[in-house]
Design a protein around this ligand. Structure first.
Ligand SMILES: Nc1ncnc2c1ncn2[C@@H]1O[C@H](COP(=O)(O)OP(=O)(O)OP(=O)(O)O)[C@@H](O)[C@H]1O
Ligand SMILES: [Mg+2]
Length: 354
């Protein structure tokens, strides 16, 4: 790009990193840091097709909207399920970020994180939605790679690093070395699945129906995957399936453990599977350097110790795990040339959609 054009762009536009998550979307603006951190929810008026609210405002409407308003999560399992709504959300985010920075003559240059293991069609959908939302230039990066960069792992060195990103829709397990993903696995067992496990368990055990929000709150409040010295308890309210009336029961951490045990076992098995197929030299590095947990699921109490005891490798919860991917996009934006090799240049290189 000619020098004068480059200068023009840096003066009158800006660079943005987006972590488009199933549960939360974060926006990083170069030179400023994370300026937006909102739930990935959009409320749409179905009569007019207009977006009524985005983010936390829309999340508060989930399950409480009148008939003509729908609160939608445009991403399911880490990929765009509703293209139009996703695009509306990205437009809103770019506009909001531009307002914060007061520069908006040209569209921004944008880096978007996508889950590892998405198909070429899904990755292209993200790129197109971002382009249509007004981005001048779009770069796509795999979320575990971005997270590894965000938590300052030496991804360019010839040393194996393992990152597990446990989000809302997907868990991405990745082994990275020399700027590339050596082994990875993406599974649809993450925060949302655990919430659903809790809903099913309470329905079966107590004959009470609870909502997703309640399930998530109780998971965060008392969930712990290894038994501790003292029990944790929390009351929950739902609808009694027999009488149809509200009823309260007191849950313990043992209930939550039981409810999510199958999913947690599957997650641990997947970590083992990735390790089993990792080349020996890289595996030796990972044993030495440890495994890093990022994403909101990294905060599940005891999960680090549980994985550690199952695979025999030290496991660390990254600092501020929910912002790791967004911080990574920030690091990439600050020095795009250095990270050019890790960006996804061509969707045709990704697995074909089934
Ligand atoms: N303290 C906590 N304990 C357990 N789970 C938590 C905690 N805090 C957040 N979570 C869970 O983390 C998930 C959200 O994490 P995160 O924001 O990393 O997901 P995401 O990036 O939006 O999703 P994805 O990466 O799958 O697209 C939610 O399911 C939430 O319930
Ligand atoms: Mg995520």
């Amino acid at each position: 790009m000619p020098k004068f054009l480059n200068k023009l762009y840096t003066t009158f536009s800006h660079d943005i990193g987006i972590d488009l998550g199933t549960a939360n979307t974060l926006v990083y603006v170069k030179g400023q840091g994370i300026v937006i951190n909102e739930p990935s929810v959009v409320a749409v008026n179905q009569k007019t097709g207009r977006v009524v609210a985005v983010g936390s405002q829309a999340k508060d409407m989930l399950g409480r909207t009148p008939a003509h308003i729908a609160a939608v999560r445009p991403l399911v399992d880490g990929v765009i399920s509703d293209f139009e709504v996703a695009e509306e959300m990205i437009v809103y985010l770019i506009n909001k970020a531009q307002k914060e920075t007061k520069k908006k003559f040209f569209g921004p240059r944008v880096i978007v994180g996508i889950p590892s293991g998405v198909t070429n069609v899904e990755a292209r959908a993200v790129r197109d939605a971002t382009k249509n939302a007004g981005a001048r230039e779009v770069h796509v990066v795999e979320q575990p790679m971005s997270a590894a960069i965000g938590i300052q792992l030496p991804i360019h060195e010839p040393a194996g690093n393992m990152v597990i990103d446990i989000g809302g829709g997907t868990t991405d397990i990745a082994v990275i070395s020399l700027g590339g993903v050596v082994r990875s696995k993406s599974l649809k067992i993450a925060g949302d699945k655990l919430n659903n496990d809790i809903i099913s368990y309470i329905r079966n055990e107590f004959k009470i129906l609870i909502g997703e929000k309640t399930a998530e709150e109780v998971k965060i409040a008392i969930g712990v995957v290894v038994p501790g010295d003292r029990p944790h308890e929390a009351p929950i309210r739902g609808r009694d399936l027999v009488t149809g009336l509200p009823r309260e029961v007191v849950l313990t951490d043992a209930d939550i453990r039981e409810a999510i045990s199958q999913s947690i076992d599957n997650l641990v098995d997947s970590v083992k599977e990735v390790l089993e197929t990792t080349p020996p030299e890289v595996l030796a590095d990972v044993m030495h350097r440890g495994i890093y947990l990022v994403g909101g699921g990294a905060l599940i109490r005891g999960l680090d110790k549980l994985i550690e005891s199952n695979v025999g490798i030290p496991v660390y919860v990254a600092d501020d795990p929910l912002t790791a991917v967004a911080r990574g996009t920030g690091v990439i934006l600050e020095d795009l040339a250095r990270y050019e090799d890790i960006l996804i240049q061509n969707e045709d290189d990704l697995p074909k959609a089934q």
